[in-house]
Design a protein around this ligand. Structure first.
Ligand SMILES: Cc1cc2nc3c(=O)[nH]c(=O)nc-3n(C[C@H](O)[C@H](O)[C@H](O)COP(=O)(O)O)c2cc1C
Length: 180
């Protein structure tokens, strides 16, 4: 007897495969920083999304095992630092368990007391407004309370197919999708 493929039966989705497929969606790279002086932490994250302009809301997803989690919850605030092309070593440094310290890299404080990486392309300082369960991640939503673009002219660091790299050329479309 030949077996017929169960085309309509949903197959369990394997985590590694999902990660590989999602890796085809090109993103920028951020380091989320949080914590008052003496308790600051940072983690490399590409799950950043802007949510709303009015009120100004953004979110990111953080693995529940991340050491950053307790510090975000304690601080009730965080900064999203968009990395520039030359900051690949920084992205790698903050992607390991406890390998990089915010105090080892140039930084200053936002008005709400959160660390801001001084060489980032841009930053959004946020106060935590809500958090949601997202499976093995927690979704943190913040309201932007301060922003800045310290390295406006630099290209961004991007993440694609599991690799980090600088975006060497800006797209040259004649008609920008957004004009703002
Ligand atoms: C490009 C890139 C993007 C990442 N994005 C995320 C993310 O969105 N959420 C997350 O929890 N971890 C993400 N990670 C993994 C964390 O950086 C890494 O697991 C973490 O720093 C190690 O644990 P910690 O958070 O306790 O420091 C990413 C790593 C890289 C290299």
């Amino acid at each position: 007897m030949t077996s017929t493929p169960q085309l309509h039966e949903p197959q369990p989705v394997e985590g590694r495969l999902l990660r590989n497929v999602c890796g085809l969606f090109v993103t920028g790279v951020t380091v989320i920083t949080t914590g008052e002086e003496g308790r600051s932490e940072g983690t490399t994250v590409n799950s950043f999304t802007s949510v709303s302009l009015d009120p100004p809301l953004v979110l990111f997803c953080l693995h529940k095992e991340s050491r950053l989690r307790a510090v975000v919850e304690e601080s009730q605030a965080f900064t999203v630092n968009f990395l520039a092309g030359p900051q690949e070593p920084l992205a790698r440094a903050f992607a390991g368990k406890g390998t990089a310290a915010v105090t080892d890299v140039p930084h200053h404080r936002s008005a709400n007391g959160m660390p801001v990486l001084s060489d980032a392309l841009a930053f959004l300082a946020c106060r935590l407004v809500q958090q949601f369960d997202g499976g093995d991640h927690t979704i943190f939503m913040g309201q932007v309370v301060e922003l800045g673009v310290p390295r406006e002219r630099q290209e961004p660091l991007i993440f694609f197919r599991g690799s980090l790299g600088a975006l060497e050329e800006e797209p040259r479309g004649a008609h920008p999708i957004f004009d703002g």
